[in-house]
Design a protein around this ligand. Structure first.
Ligand code: BTN
Length: 235
């Protein structure tokens, strides 16, 4: 497994994006500290230096149609949950790209694709997983870490290797069973919940029933099933 470790880097996703032409499939760049870590929806990803996993994987999933790209999010999320399970922690996937433990966020995933025709050309999967950090800035709504969940401390480099084994196993096996296993791990599935419609801020009573093949979240409401793309709904 080829892992390149940086002590300090702006953002492993951004650095890989710039160097794409020199990268090979499944290459991994990891940082002990990122000065400009990026999260979803243009947010900042901050992580205490040396405590956590902040890394990116470069993939060339050229067999996957662009319209089926959500399968990568599914495979990576299942890999992260499998890794956490191997450490005795039961995690759930909060659609689309967060991993939760008991209602708190332990890991965020930022997936950036480039498309060539109808197929994916390359994909950078950025992962921030809280490993040893025990105190977080007050502006984060609900952070947790593996260490807070288990009371142990972890060796960052060897944990990354184990996590990658889980992720690549899911990536290599991605296919028909991915969908059903993903649904079993879906946070709040079948549970009544009040969602928020993005933009209007309007509340919506419903329960998650699944995820469509194009990655939209399916929510059963009083007026039937409604489908939401990333950024159209919050919960
Ligand atoms: C999120 O939950 O908002 C996604 C967070 C993704 C953070 C990771 S850390 C490694 C990689 N480099 C980045 O700049 N972001 C991702």
């Amino acid at each position: 497994m080829k892992i390149k470790w940086y002590n300090t880097i702006e953002s492993t996703n951004s650095a890989m994006e710039i160097s794409k032409t020199e990268l090979s499939h499944k290459e991994v760049w990891a940082a002990r500290f990122q000065t400009a870590g990026r999260g979803q929806r243009g947010n900042v990803w901050s992580s205490a230096a040396g405590d956590n996993l902040t890394f990116s994987i470069y993939l060339e999933p050229r067999h996957i149609r662009a319209c089926d790209q959500f399968v990568l999010s599914q495979a990576v999320s299942l890999g992260v949950c499998g890794y956490l399970g191997s450490r005795g922690v039961h995690a759930k996937i909060k659609w689309p790209n967060d991993i939760y433990v008991s209602g708190n966020k332990i890991c965020g995933i930022l997936i950036e694709h480039s498309v060539g025709g109808t197929f994916l050309k390359d994909t950078i999967v950025g992962i921030g997983l809280n490993l040893n950090q025990r105190q977080f800035p007050g502006n984060l709504p609900n952070p947790t870490s593996l260490s807070l969940e288990t009371g142990r401390t972890y060796d960052v480099e060897s944990e990354l290797e184990t996590l990658l084994e889980h992720i690549f196993e899911e990536y290599d096996a991605a296919g028909e069973s991915t969908d059903s296993r993903y649904l079993q791990m879906l946070y709040l599935k079948d549970e009544p919940h009040t969602f928020t419609i993005a933009g209007s801020g309007e509340p919506l009573e419903g329960r998650i029933t699944g995820v469509a093949q194009d990655g939209r979240l399916a929510v059963m409401t009083a007026s039937g099933i409604r489908y939401f793309a990333h950024k159209q709904i919050a919960y």
